[in-house]
Design a protein around this ligand. Structure first.
Ligand code: HEC
Ligand code: HEC
Length: 336
């Protein structure tokens, strides 16, 4: 059923997507251009693809101390070997959970090969990292602390011993892990940071729209949403975080040049070469540069490359402009 609907949508969209080519450079306000006769996607279609963000995914009252501890650890550069790098260095909460760099400098200034994805809404993804090698945010958080080019701590024991000597933690760990005989365990660092990350949800105007407030999006944004769905972007970028829920090949239709083997490095399965987790598009206008290696500087270019490599389609300026307008509606309300 879903598939049939989708095919119908893609086929019916073909004509106007082509038509969009001829409109480059023109100003198009309102719903009057070629083949786009007004109207919005109906509620049933929206429901097929998208779901609003839940109000909460962790009991913030019950887990108050755990979350407080997690936040403190997230912000604390003492989790790194030279007291210089915190989670927040690469995933800055006042920069939508990223550092806006193609790749990120670690404790010695060395950079890895991948772009820092945002921690906002990440707890809702099916798995963590571009290749999905960590199951959840709790497991993920334990990686960077020991990663030699990120935070560079030599061992789990070294982390625990360091935290034990810090007054705030002497107080908070036992309170947050009341039931543990030994609250100072490395895995508890991950549990606390993970709990904090579960609070990092960013409701947007698009959520209001999905919940029925038809005025929550502008005419441009609605047109962009329609193009996004009709073109087929939503076959991969869908669900609660508009992505984050599947793994797909980069260069599905037209090969994309990259040395990164992606998910193949996790599974060893041939068909997983150059497969990546489909990124969430929430806050996407704020989290550039783009792609797993940060090689794509602008959102315009990211949209154009996606259409070309994932869908085998050439898109013009009007498509890019409208889809970008829609993507802007995915930014956290009040921070647009
Ligand atoms: C030196 C920069 C750096 C630091 C420090 C760092 N990260 Fe990351 N983080 C990255 C990069 C780069 C990736 C992507 C790596 C990959 O996919 O292979 C990433 C991935 C993630 C993800 C996965 C998000 C997703 O969409 O898959 C989460 C969550 C995350 N980091 C949280 C943290 C936490 C928590 C800390 C602190 C304990 C931390 N990071 C420290 C650079 C950093
Ligand atoms: C077949 C699945 C698929 C389709 C269809 C698809 N994408 Fe993507 N998209 C991906 C994957 C996978 C990535 C990650 C690319 C990478 O790792 O370098 C991505 C990345 C992106 C990014 C960059 C995200 C970031 O954080 O760097 C944007 C923006 C984007 N897609 C928008 C779109 C738009 C707009 C369309 C429709 C024109 C579209 N995508 C169609 C799978 C898809």
């Amino acid at each position: 059923m879903k598939l049939i609907l989708l095919l119908a949508l893609i086929l019916s969209s073909h004509a106007y997507a082509q038509g969009g080519q001829g409109h480059q450079g023109g100003m198009h306000k309102g719903d009057h251009h070629g083949g786009m006769h007004g109207g919005e996607l109906d509620a049933a279609t929206l429901k097929q693809f998208f779901e609003p963000l839940p109000a909460s995914i962790i009991d913030e009252k019950k887990n108050e101390t755990l979350i407080k501890l997690g936040r403190m650890l997230y912000m604390d550069p003492r989790l790194s070997v030279n007291d210089k790098i915190a989670c927040n260095s690469c995933h800055q909460l006042n920069k939508f959970g990223v550092d806006n760099e193609p790749t990120s400098p670690g404790h010695e200034g060395k950079r890895g090969g991948r772009n820092s994805p945002t921690t906002l809404n990440a707890a809702l993804h099916i798995a963590q990292f571009w290749d999905g090698r960590a199951r959840d945010v709790e497991e993920q958080a334990l990686g960077p602390i020991l990663n030699p080019i990120e935070m560079g701590m030599p061992s789990e024991e070294a982390v625990v011993n360091k935290l034990k000597k810090i007054e705030e933690y002497q107080d908070l760990f036992p309170k947050a892990f009341k039931d543990d005989k030994d609250p100072f365990q490395y895995k508890n660092v991950g549990k606390a940071i993970g709990a904090f990350e579960r609070t990092l949800l960013t409701p947007s105007r698009f959520d209001d729209y999905l919940k029925g407030d038809k005025d929550a999006l502008t005419a441009d944004e609605k047109r962009g949403l329609k193009k996004f769905v009709h073109m087929g972007c939503a076959t991969c970028h869908n669900g609660i975080v508009i992505g984050g829920n599947s793994f797909k090949k980069l260069g599905l239709v037209e090969p994309f040049e990259t040395d990164d083997l992606g998910r193949y490095e996790v599974t060893g399965i041939e068909s997983d070469k150059h497969v990546f987790k489909v990124p969430s598009l929430r806050n996407i206008t704020k989290t550039g540069p783009y792609f797993h290696d940060g090689s794509v500087e602008t959102l315009d270019e990211a949209i154009r490359l996606m259409a070309k490599h994932q869908l085998g389609r050439q898109v013009g300026d009007s498509f890019i402009r409208d889809v970008k307008a829609f993507l802007g509606s995915l930014t956290e309300k009040g921070k647009e």
